[in-house]
Design a protein around this ligand. Structure first.
Ligand SMILES: NC(=[NH2+])NCCC[C@H](N)C(=O)O
Length: 333
């Protein structure tokens, strides 16, 4: 059985192991840093701040049989404030026309923008690769548990939920947009700028081109990277689109990765959150649900069941340690 819950202090070792599997920018292989992230999450769950940009939430996915944390996902209650704005490139067009020679052009344009009252951002989803392809759709479970928590606690978040998707990188792992713009104006490696921008936003505003950037002047590889996602991210993009998220015509200023947004109340799974009673029985058309088994600590399990009005039929309730007639909150995934 798999369970989602807020991160605890005891998860440090498991998260540290997880962070060593790949290089994750949101979960660096650094024990002290992970510990401070855990502490920040503990504080946020316990008591939200008056300044939402201080609140970071980490959810972990446990394999209860293996007694191990196998994944995590995160929410930043507000990405972008007066001290650390949210930066983006606005993707636009400029139409030019000469009447005397009857010739016109439409130029793609990019312009740096920033937001000091940013939206809630979802990110930091990591699943141990050996659990990929599990019939319980664990990646989706890790992603959607955030929508369940936000849907049940909207006062802790902004009205709009924002997601920044990874762009394609070329064969050498380089970002074509970075090579064309960022490197020339900031004179550093993409990776270094990426890390630096987690703590420092000033250098972006001070050094990045502030006027209109004409895509026409960029190499074709850089133009092609604007608003595109990498192959691995294609399923994430399709999933977000299927639940109501839309491309904002804004992209990452460093790598061109697209930004997607949806109002919290319009996210499809959020609209399916309801109370239900558990009933043992056989299901004809079972579907996946997230079931909150502990309201106080936000403990959620995923199971296959069939929901009719407010009855959730599950064919083996004891396997999930559920009781006949138990009141739960459920969300379809
Ligand atoms: N890939 C990057 N680090 N891009 C620069 C930061 C962009 C991000 N939206 C921010 O404001 O923090």
């Amino acid at each position: 059985m798999f369970r989602i819950r807020p991160v605890k202090k005891e998860d440090l070792e498991d998260l540290y192991d997880l962070s060593g599997l790949y290089t994750f920018i949101n979960l660096p292989h650094d024990k002290e840093l992970i510990e401070s992230k855990i502490n920040s999450s503990l504080r946020s769950f316990k008591q939200m701040s008056s300044d939402l940009s201080r609140d970071h939430y980490i959810f972990v996915l446990e394999d209860l049989e293996a007694n191990r944390v196998i994944g995590c996902s995160m929410i930043h209650a507000r990405h972008g404030d007066e001290h650390e704005p949210h930066f983006y490139l606005k993707v636009g067009q400029e139409n030019k026309f000469s009447q005397t020679i009857n010739t016109g052009f439409i130029h793609g344009t990019l312009k740096l923008g920033y937001d000091t009252d940013g939206p809630t951002e979802i990110g930091g989803l990591i699943l141990d690769p050996s659990y990929r392809g599990n019939p319980n759709k664990l990646g989706k479970v890790l992603s959607f548990c955030r929508f369940m928590y936000m849907g049940l606690n909207p006062h802790r978040f902004k009205d709009t939920v924002h997601s920044e998707l990874m762009p394609p990188f070329d064969a050498d792992g380089k970002s074509p947009l970075w090579e064309a713009i960022g490197r020339r104006f900031l004179n550093m490696e993409y990776h270094d700028a990426d890390i630096l921008s987690r703590k420092n936003k000033e250098f972006i505003l001070s050094l990045f081109p502030s006027g209109t950037i004409y895509e026409t002047l960029l190499p074709i590889e850089a133009r092609n990277a604007v608003g595109k996602v990498g192959l691995d991210t294609e399923p994430v993009k399709r999933m977000l689109e299927s639940i109501g998220f839309k491309y904002t015509n804004e992209v990452d200023p460093f790598d061109g990765g697209p930004h997607y947004r949806c109002k919290l109340k319009d996210i499809k799974p959020v609209q399916t959150i309801q109370k239900a009673k558990i009933e043992q029985g056989s299901c004809n058309h079972p579907k996946l649900y997230l079931v909150m088994t502990n309201e106080e600590n936000f403990e959620v399990i995923c199971l296959k069941g069939e929901l009719n009005n407010d009855i959730l039929t599950v064919d083996n309730i004891s396997q999930y340690k559920l009781d006949q007639g138990q009141d739960v909150t459920v969300m379809a995934i």
